[in-house]
Design a protein around this ligand. Sequence first.
Ligand code: ZN
Length: 387
Amino acid sequence: MYDVLIKGGRVIDPAQGLDGKRDVAVSGDKIALVADEIPAMECRKVIDAAGKIVTPGLIDLHCHCYDGGVPDGLLPDDAGVKQGVTTVVDAGSAGQAIFGGLPKYVIPAARTTVFCFLHLGSQGLSIMPEIRDWEEIDLEATAAVIGAHPGLIKGVKLRLVGNIVASAGVKVVEMAKETAGKFGLPIMIHIGDLKRQVSPTLTREFLPLMESGDILSHVFTGNMGSILLEDGSVMPELRAAAERGVVLDIANGRNNLSFEVARKGMAQGIMPTTLSTDVVLPSLTTLVYGLTVTMSKFLALGLDIKQMIEMTTINSARALRIEDRKGSLKPGMDADVSVLEILSGTWELADSVPETLRVTELVSPVLVVKAGKVIPSAPVAQPPRIG
Ligand SMILES: [Zn+2]
């Protein structure tokens, strides 16, 4: 007897090269079976997924869910299970000095699985732009916090903004790399400097330091630090980084996605590895909303649904090094499943420039099965339908 059966949906599981009508059965908190036909009588609870898309639980590789810990931090479930997403990553909201509340109060209260990147700056994003002074970097204390949270902290975050990065440039990236390297973890580096403080050549200078598995956030930013050269071509350092296996993450956000840069980058063969939201409390109700809305933007920009499922499941799981238990529906994996639908109508979705895309399809969450429990989607807000 299985606990939950998700019946008759189009199952897309890129890790297994699977795209077709299948039934998915869950026992306890693990995937039990994926097959053409599993009898309903063998299951305690049956979900009719006819006409829906069934995928491994979506993973949002970049959001800010330190509710109460930093300004604009949201609740993990508001970016997570309420939006059809079963795992979220807090992308460096906290540095070592303020990290404690995340594992102590925020994460235990969430139904969504949460992983974290620890900010190199001790105070994280509590005051932005951060790292105004060298005293905000304490490598020993940062290493101690990483060491105290194995399995939860998945790497070191640094944003290429602010005074110290502007004056010391690559040296600060090296400090992040050295600290993460002690634990065999990747770095996550934010490009895109709204205040135009950092050197315009910094992106070309630090990219050679990025290794396979390191994460470049805001790959299609339109701000200072962009991956495009003056003539609109992709910088050779970015192409080389992509070929080495550096993870190119979208991290949608309010300020660092340009559809024009995305079009130019993708036309030159630079595809994102992962799609993520960079959602914060104010952008839950405008511009970003959640992961399925970011997917809708890239659907309109020409990616297909299978590519996007890959970029939000197995690719994100690999970036977190959890692909042995999440990111696929293979039997024995965690019972994290997302059920989505593609709605028809008219919506306007904007980037940060702002440019508005008029789209006719919206990817929309229906429910998740999370650790074997069924949770209907209830996003705080979705883009208004205009037709
Ligand atoms: Zn962010």
